[in-house]
Design a protein around this ligand. Structure first.
Ligand code: SAH
Length: 222
């Protein structure tokens, strides 16, 4: 449980409560997800100059031409990753695209262990400081091209990708457990779809979800 970041004015609990109401109106139902959103200070994941806009339902720039995703999309992807009621909750999750660290911080409060990879070192360093400040100790991070996953800790119960490739990277499929779920936006900038891929004993099942817009999944590190 995160303490000591209650915020004032535009970052107050009242402002956050409005965000929760909006998420519910937009169809987010998982109570655990809503509670974690309520308790996670999104304003510390953006530049101070943008803090007053942190609880609007919008993506915001985080530097290096990247963005922190819109709260609704973070909530939606988290809900899909956790699965339906009655399904096993994922315990070990890989995230590709740490960015601001907001999505990792949300996941870390819902699952046992989060592994997150980011290709831009400067962003990863900032995210790492935020995890430390918030007392989130169950996030392991790595500066790498996450298209290759993080094989040393595989297999994962679930994988979430927060940048969009044209095609699903094979390595990510291979690093899923049987029964495991991959949530990933796929397509070019003009046309992307959020997809849920489930690994079965005999192969993979794909389900196309919402139309989305993410930054591109890029190769290499910087
Ligand atoms: N989950 C993030 C979203 C950040 S945007 C958040 O909550 O803020 C997507 C991020 O993916 C960017 O920071 C970008 O640098 C990163 N990214 C893009 N391609 C990547 C790759 N191949 N490996 C790891 N990270 C990548």
């Amino acid at each position: 449980m995160i303490a000591n970041h209650r915020g004032i004015g535009m970052t107050s609990m009242r402002t956050r409560e409005r965000m929760i109401k909006r998420l519910k109106d937009e169809g987010i139902e998982n109570k655990a997800v809503l509670d974690v959103f309520r308790n996670t200070p999104r304003h510390i994941f953006v530049d101070e100059a943008l803090a007053s806009r942190a609880y609007e339902d919008t993506a915001l720039p985080i530097g290096h031409s990247q963005t922190i995703s819109q709260p609704y999309i973070v909530a939606r992807m988290t809900e899909v990753l956790l699965g339906e009621q009655g399904e096993d909750l994922p315990r070990k999750v890989l995230e590709v695209g740490t960015g601001s660290g907001y999505q990792s911080a949300i996941l870390a409060q819902l699952v046992e262990q989060v592994y997150t990879t980011e290709r831009i070192r400067a962003l990863l360093l900032q995210a790492q400081n935020r995890f430390f400040d918030l007392g989130l100790r169950n996030i392991k991070h790595r500066h790498s091209d996450g298209s290759w996953g993080w094989p040393e800790n595989a297999p994962y119960d679930a994988i979430m990708v927060t940048a969009s490739p044209n095609e699903i990277p094979q390595a990510l499929l291979e690093q899923l457990k049987i029964g495991g779920r991959l949530v990933i936006p796929v397509g070019d900038y003009a046309e992307q779809r959020l997809m849920l891929v489930t690994r079965t004993a005999s192969g993979y099942e794909e389900k196309v979800l919402d139309r989305v817009r993410f930054v591109s999944l890029l190769g290499g590190k910087q």
